[in-house]
Design a protein around this ligand. Structure first.
Ligand code: K7E
Ligand code: CUA
Length: 694
């Protein structure tokens, strides 16, 4: 399903569809000053040291400070740099005295009591707690990083509700243990045993969550997966060709017309071991995937590496950050230039190019040339516009009103505010930069409330900064005036996500900062610590951001989507029409010997028995078991676990699964139910006898 070229007529039909979708334009934005100085040209060198050196030094020092080394504090640089504020604030141990503070104008509650973890408590605020037996207001879908999974938590309780295996086999849910999901992992998924999920995005209709699917990337093995949100189960994996790491993931809005995977690592195309040192042979691609079929529709090759991405609200533009505009092929070559780009992809223009046959087919997929020198980027409708930014911008997200794409500077203390409407109109893409507030050290990702505020994680400062994006358009580039508030987090945040921030109508009440380090916030559990996901209430602008909860989390969430509970409608039981396998009702169980070495068994499970209390096969038989859970009562789950044959099928009510194994060891095997299903659960078993052949 993944790499096959799609029939051309099909593609053309979809191209038409997509152009229609994109007919509307972004809502009008105020004309902001395009600042010529928005992009700094000279290399940032202070006392003969580069920005990267200073950041490395600084991180070493904050680490030492957290361990309580005074010497480190003594030699901590106190730099007063035009674009770096390394010495401005200390990295605090929880409960420690307030250290050197910033004195930043307009900055309130920088270290509030709860923010500093003064009482060491978590989940203190009663107003935001969810009593036993009551339900949460929101679903949070967190990526699991290199566990390869999705975690489902309730907000504001932060209770973990479920895990959804995506790129890895997982026995409690039987994922990768029955025929269908094993085939998904091995055939469609390419047979890898793990993945690295970063960006879970829930499908939208009319710029609002429709609760149908969740899409997520695999950074490790270049894949995209789809989770069915009726069953909370992964139902499709696409192995993306011509791309080694699919990092950014998101959708063409308003109606999830396409799913985009942002290729990060540049590899030679085709990647066959030749041309390893020729930078011209390397490319990175944006991949467009049909959400229904999960087929790759097309790819666009660009200059430089890409990183994160987000779609505009109006269906025309897609934005991706990137680095390595130098096009280096080694790590050392990648960070020399002081400028990188946000690439703005004109989706309808790309469909036009595909339809006109202006592509090269590589690995069965049409690849359109979107590099700077491409002929498709000449004329008045370039397919990719390169917006210059300070080096290595990381996160990019479009504001809820669709007016701006905001890229976070990472190695530069600013965010770059790009006008979405302007990007279509300006001759020089640099003129679409409408604002560039100086937000703090190490800005990584930005989320939104419903009141015009952006919230940006500051990795190096270990803070979340709240700022006003319209004010940033009004202000001079480099100004701190748009900043409303900064709040400490513990510690070193990557992504943050606000409730429904990726839609046109964020809820504006909660925000989760996904912190990479927890340091001393929890009981020590050995050298690998949990991370710390911190919940903030952000609904009261007068009171400011309030830290409500710490939640330790297993490595390692990157991004999340927070969806109101009314927009997700999970099934209570399986619907037998929703899968290919025939349901096996009570009374229709069967045991059939197909030939000398093949046995097919159809059976059912219910409290507290299987259709067959005993099954006899012969050594060497290939045994296929199809089994249905005939229960109709919600939450009565059974399983079929067969010791030493590596089988554990999880069976929710009305579900049917199939497994095939070779009975190659004679003996007695007690198949049993691994879900505690009833008072006689322990008795629920079937004796499987494998008779010797001779
Ligand atoms: Cu910043 Cu993969 Cu979105 Cu991690 S990425 S944090
Ligand atoms: Cu069925 Cu335990």
């Amino acid at each position: 399903m993944t790499t096959d070229p799609n029939p051309t007529d099909d593609r053309e039909a979809r191209a038409d569809e997509h152009r229609d979708d994109a007919a509307g334009t972004a809502s009008a934005t105020e004309e902001g000053p395009a600042d010529d100085e928005a992009v700094d040209d000279g290399p940032e060198i202070v006392d003969g040291r580069t920005v990267e050196h200073l950041i490395t030094d600084h991180e070493r020092d904050i680490a030492a400070t957290a361990e309580g080394t005074d010497a480190a504090a003594a030699r901590r640089p106190s730099l007063d740099l035009p674009r770096l504020e390394l010495g401005r604030r200390d990295f605090m141990k929880a409960g420690a005295a307030v250290g050197a503070m910033t004195g930043l104008a307009g900055c309130t509650s920088v270290l509030s009591d709860e923010g500093n973890g003064g009482d060491g408590s978590s989940g203190a605020s009663g107003e935001h707690s969810v009593p036993p037996g009551e339900h949460d207001e929101y679903y949070g879908f967190l990526s699991g990083g290199h566990t390869g999974e999705i975690r489902v938590v309730g907000l504001p309780s932060m209770r973990e509700l479920m895990r959804i295996p995506v790129f890895q086999a997982e026995s409690a849910r039987g994922f990768g243990h029955d025929a269908r999901t094993t085939e998904l992992l091995e055939e469609e998924g390419g047979g890898y045993t793990w993945g690295d999920t970063h960006h879970p995005r829930v499908s939208q209709t009319d710029n609002d969550y429709d609760g149908r699917w969740l899409f997520v990337n695999d950074k490790a093995n270049g894949r995209m997966a789809r989770v069915d949100l009726e069953y909370f189960e992964t139902d499709a994996i696409t192995n993306v060709p011509n791309s080694q790491a699919v990092h950014g993931a998101c959708m063409q809005l308003p109606d999830t017309q396409l799913v985009f995977g942002v290729g990060e690592f540049r590899v030679p195309m085709p990647n066959d071991g030749r041309d390893v040192d020729d930078p011209d042979a390397y490319g990175s691609v944006l991949t467009a995937i049909d959400p229904e079929t999960m087929d790759v529709e097309w790819q666009v090759e660009v200059d430089g590496n890409m990183d994160n991405g987000d779609g505009g609200k109006e269906g025309r533009w897609f934005f991706a950050t990137g680095y390595n505009s130098e096009e280096g092929v080694t790590q050392g070559e990648m960070t020399r230039a002081d400028r990188d780009y946000v690439k703005a992809f004109d989706i309808p223009a790309i469909w036009d190019a595909v339809e006109a046959g202006e592509y090269e087919e590589i690995s069965g997929v049409p690849v359109v040339d979107g590099t700077m020198d491409s002929s498709l980027n000449e004329g008045d409708r370039p397919i990719v516009r390169y917006v210059p930014t300070p080096k290595s911008p990381h996160g990019v997200s479009v504001t809820p009103d669709g007016s701006y794409a905001i890229a976070s500077g990472k190695l530069d203390p600013t965010c770059t505010v790009i006008g979405v409407e302007e990007i279509a109109e300006v001759d020089d893409p640099a003129d679409a930069i409408l604002g560039q507030p100086r937000v703090g050290m190490g800005p990584l990702h930005t989320a939104y409330d419903d009141r015009g505020h952006a919230y940006t994680t500051l990795f190096i400062d270990s803070q979340v900064v709240k700022w006003d994006y319209e004010a940033a358009v009004e202000a001079e580039a480099g100004s701190e005036e748009p900043i409303v508030e900064k709040h400490d987090v513990h510690y070193n945040p990557g992504h943050l996500i606000a409730s429904e921030s990726y839609t046109a109508s964020p809820q504006g009440d909660y925000l989760v900062s996904l912190n990479k380090l927890s340091k001393d916030r929890f009981l020590p559990v050995g050298p690998i610590h949990p991370e710390n996901d911190q919940l903030f209430h952000i609904g009261d602008d007068d009171a400011g951001m309030e830290l409500v909860k710490d939640k330790p989390s297993y490595p390692e969430p990157h991004d999340a989507s927070i969806v109101h509970k009314d927009k997700i409608e999970p099934a209570k039981t399986w619907g037998p029409d929703d899968y290919d396998l025939d349901f096996v009702p009570e009374g229709e169980e069967s045991f059939e010997r197909i030939d000398e070495s093949t046995v097919e068994i159809e059976m059912w499970a219910r409290r507290n028995e299987y259709a067959f209390p005993e099954v006899t096969v012969r050594e060497g038989d290939e045994v296929t078991i199809r089994i249905s859970n005939v229960e109709t009562t919600s939450d009565v789950i059974h399983s079929l676990a067969i010791p030493e044959y590596d089988v554990n099928l999880a069976l929710a009510p009305q579900d049917t699964r199939e497994v095939t194994f070779t009975a190659d060891e004679p003996g007695v095997y007690w198949a049993y139910c691994a879900y505690f299903c009833s008072a006689l659960h322990l008795e629920m078993r079937s004796r499987i006898l494998v008779e010797p052949r001779d």
